[in-house]
Structures are given as structure tokens and as C-alpha cells.
Write a protein that binds this ligand. Structure first.
Ligand SMILES: NC(=O)c1ccc[n+]([C@@H]2O[C@H](COP(=O)([O-])OP(=O)(O)OC[C@H]3O[C@@H](n4cnc5c(N)ncnc54)[C@H](O)[C@@H]3O)[C@@H](O)[C@H]2O)c1
Length: 419
């Protein structure tokens, strides 16, 4: 059994720490956030994740997991899981990785392992971490082993995915890769693939970039379709009969803290990331495209009322980070629109959040931004009864045109240029 320090006990670090502790390792969570540390030492958690609360409670009670606000100097393995946000100019903000790496330097001794789990721009381990770790005086790759092992868990399924997902381990040399593989083998049942640290960084970024570029293609199809008088959704449905084609669905933009951010790390580092850059711009332009469509449908914006249904970055979650619908709302308000909103998941994360049959009252158009389950079986007669003008814009192809029209309302679909 090893003693493991997890630096950053957030959405990634805490479940990771708890999983290692559940296998009998002695685990210390090191975090600058006192609230997170105090909660953990009481066996409590301050983030939402199914199954995590019980797991943490159990391993803390058994004494396998503790937390502190200083970096412990008696661990065999140091796992860095701190945030890697982007700056306003879309470059990576690596201050957290840098300070976490600096915190490790006085704590490591011969035989220790340092693992970066945070999603990071290519060459972060080689160019940012190794020069700092060398200050320990240990021979890197021999006395101090270093690797990047990106995390790919899906919020909501974290405990299960930590165990069953395959894992990429990119060591700075083979000795590092092999030692780090052994560390993860105690919690991972999926395949563990060994490579270099920079390849591992590229793998994680390309996974999310693959999604972003493909969504951008679908969004471009939606825009072209509206320009050329075609229904993009018919095109997608029929084109996808081709055995080697899988066009994704267009929408009002890409959000969240991964797909909307990670491709920028490649744009920053490589002048060749042109398609990736253009895809980011395409996806970021969608809220404005939706805003323009709303304007066309209701004949202007200033003084009009728009009801937005769904503001989170994807269905059935409460997360509004980088949400394109939040951006759309800001743009509408900036254009003088009176915006009312309904999101059964976002709670107080969105101001003035109303109920399903209240938010549409008096509006000139109702815009479905996110296809939450709660919107599935709405009563369109009730939903549209008190609207000022009965217009519905569906940005997700979620509702049936016939159901909306049966309630005497007009149905508009993002990407349908056939009207
Ligand atoms: N959340 C996800 O679903 C997910 C999935 C895959 C990858 N990632 C990546 O994992 C990394 C961590 O993300 P997260 O969502 O867990 O972040 P988070 O904000 O939930 O948690 C990070 C924690 O690190 C702490 N911290 C910051 N700097 C520190 C330092 N110098 N020393 C000690 N603690 C420090 C913060 O206080 C915070 O508690 C990011 O690179 C993210 O892109 C996240």
C-alpha cells in the first residue's frame, strides 16, 4: 500500500482520493480551500456527485482519507488535480498547476512519483513542471518519476467511470510510465495505455476537440441550411444512413468547462490548429445566430419580451459554466429585450427563474434553449395561452411541430430554412 497526496480535492481530486483510500491506501487531500478541507475531515463533501458522499464518509471514518491545507512531506505519490481555466484572451491560466508543482518540490524524496491529472496544454509536463521539479535536487526520471494521466470522467457517473474507464499514462520516460501504471492499477479496471507525457496531453485535448469540431460542422450545416432553404435536420437524418457518416446535431452553442475550453489550449500552442480555431469561433457564434433569428421572427428586439426555457450547458444538469444560453440572454438584455427564464435544474444560478407555465406569460417568443426532461411533455395550449405572440423557437429539435401548431402557435426550428 502507498501513501498518496491528492492536490486539489474538487470534482476530480476528491473522488480520486476517495477511490484510492477505498483500496486501503493512506490518502491525504491537500487543498488551499479551508472549507473543502474541513468538510472532508468531517466526512462531508461540498460538491454534488452521486455515491461520493457515502464513499467519502466511509473512508474518512476508517481513517484512510484525511485533508489538510499544507502539502504533506511523507507521501510516495503526489497527484495534481487543480483547475486549468482559460484567461480572457483564451490562453491557458496555468498558475494553479505551477503553484501546486512548487508546493511539491520541498516534499518529495528519492522514489517519489508526481502525476499531473489536470487537463493541460501540450508540453506542460516537459516545459512547465520539469524545470520546477528539478529544484528538488532529485534526478528526474530516475529518483523522481513524473507523468501526465488525464482524467476523462463524466460528472454524474464519476465513481463508476473512475473504475471502468480506460486510462492513458504518459510518463517522461518508461520507468515513470510503468510506476504510474502500477499506481492506477489499484483503482482502474479498464485498460491502461502507456505513452509519453506530451502524447497523453494531446490525447485528452483531441478527445474534446473532436467533439467540438464535429459540433461546429453541424452548426455550420444549420447556418447554410437557413441560407439555402434546406432543413438541416432532414439532411442529418438522411446523410447518417451512410454507413460511415455520423453528423452531430446543431444547437445554440457549446458550453461547459471542458469542450468549450480545451481546444483553445491547442490553438494557443500551435499555429497549425486552424480548423480547431475556426470551429471554436463557429460554435461561439451560435448564440448570436440564434439572437438574429429571434429578431427576424419577432421583427426587432428593443422592447420585446423573450422567454428562455433551459439555460444550463446541457440537458438535465445544474451547471451553467460557459453556457451559450446564458450568453444569449445577456445579448438579448443588452439589446433592450425583457427576458424571462425557466430552468427546472439551474435553481438560483439564474436570476428570476420561473415555473414552466409562468415564464411564457406576455412573451413575443418562447425559445427552447436546453432540452431538459421536464419540458418533454408540456401542455402547449397551457404554455402558449398567455403569450403575447404565439411563436416558439426550438433550438434542439426537441418538440414536435404538429404539437405546437395544434395549440395555435407557430413553430420555428434552428437550422430549418424551408419556411
Ligand atoms: N470536473 C470534471 O468533470 C473534469 C473532467 C476531466 C478533467 N477535468 C480537469 O481536472 C482539473 C481539475 O478540475 P476540477 O473540476 O476538479 O476543479 P475544481 O475547481 O473542482 O477543484 C480544484 C481544487 O483545487 C484546489 N486548488 C487550486 N490550486 C491549488 C493549489 N495550488 N494547491 C492546492 N489546491 C489547489 C481548489 O481549491 C479546488 O478545490 C482541471 O484541469 C479540469 O479541466 C475536470
Amino acid at each position: 500500500m502507498k501513501s498518496i497526496c491528492v492536490i486539489g480535492i474538487g470534482y476530480v481530486g476528491l473522488p480520486t482520493a476517495a477511490m484510492f483510500a477505498s483500496k486501503g491506501h493512506r490518502v491525504v487531500g491537500y487543498d488551499l480551500n479551508e472549507k473543502a478541507v474541513n468538510a472532508l475531515n468531517k466526512g462531508e463533501i461540498i460538491i454534488e456527485e452521486p455515491g461520493l458522499g457515502d464513499l467519502v464518509k466511509d473512508v474518512v471514518k476508517k481513517g484512510f482519507l484525511t485533508a489538510q491545507t499544507t502539502c504533506p512531506d511523507d507521501c510516495d505519490v503526489y497527484i495534481i488535480a487543480v483547475p486549468t481555466p482559460i484567461n480572457p484572451d483564451k490562453t491557458a491560466d496555468m498558475r494553479f498547476v505551477e503553484s501546486a508543482t512548487r508546493a511539491v518540490v520541498p516534499c518529495v524524496r528519492k522514489g517519489c512519483i508526481v502525476i499531473l491529472e489536470s487537463t493541460s496544454p501540450p508540453r506542460t509536463v516537459e516545459d512547465l513542471m520539469l524545470p520546477i521539479l528539478k529544484e528538488s535536487g532529485l534526478e528526474i526520471g530516475e529518483e523522481l518519476l513524473v507523468a501526465h494521466s488525464p482524467e476523462r470522467i463524466l460528472p454524474g457517473r464519476v465513481i463508476e467511470e473512475l473504475r471502468t474507464n480506460s486510462r492513458i499514462v504518459g510518463g517522461i520516460n518508461e520507468k515513470s510510465s510503468v510506476a504510474v501504471k502500477e499506481v492506477y492499477e489499484s483503482i482502474v479496471e479498464g485498460e491502461i495505455l502507456l505513452t509519453t507525457s506530451t502524447t497523453a496531453e494531446m490525447c485528452k485535448l483531441m478527445e474534446n476537440t473532436f467533439r467540438d469540431v464535429n459540433i461546429a460542422l453541424a452548426n455550420e450545416l444549420a447556418k447554410m441550411s437557413e441560407e439555402l432553404g434546406v432543413n438541416a435536420w432532414d439532411v442529418i437524418r438522411m446523410a447518417n444512413y451512410h454507413p460511415r457518416v455520423n453528423i452531430l446535431s446543431p444547437g445554440p452553442g457549446v458550453g461547459g468547462h471542458c469542450i468549450a475550453l480545451d481546444p483553445w489550449f491547442l490553438v494557443e500552442k500551435s499555429k497549425n490548429a486552424k480548423l480547431i480555431h475556426q470551429s471554436r469561433l463557429n460554435n461561439d457564434s451560435m448564440p448570436e445566430f440564434v439572437k438574429d433569428k429571434i429578431e427576424k421572427i419577432i421583427g426587432g428586439l428593443n422592447g420585446k419580451s423573450v422567454a428562455i426555457y433551459g439555460v444550463t450547458y446541457k440537458p438535465n444538469i445544474d451547471d451553467v459554466r460557459e453556457s451559450p444560453i446564458m450568453h444569449l440572454m445577456d445579448m438579448l438584455k443588452g439589446a433592450g429585450v425583457n427576458v424571462s427564464v425557466c430552468d427546472p435544474h439551474a435553481g438560483e444560478k439564474v436570476a428570476g427563474n420561473k415555473g414552466i407555465y409562468d415564464a411564457s406569460e406576455g412573451c413575443d417568443i418562447l425559445v427552447l434553449g436546453v432540452n431538459h426532461n421536464e419540458f418533454k411533455d408540456v401542455d402547449f395550449a397551457k404554455l402558449t395561452a398567455k403569450m403575447n405572440a404565439k411563436n416558439i423557437l426550438d433550438t434542439r429539435n426537441f418538440w414536435k411541430k404538429t404539437d405546437v401548431e395544434a395549440a395555435g402557435a407557430k413553430y420555428y426550428l434552428l437550422g430549418d430554412g424551408t419556411r
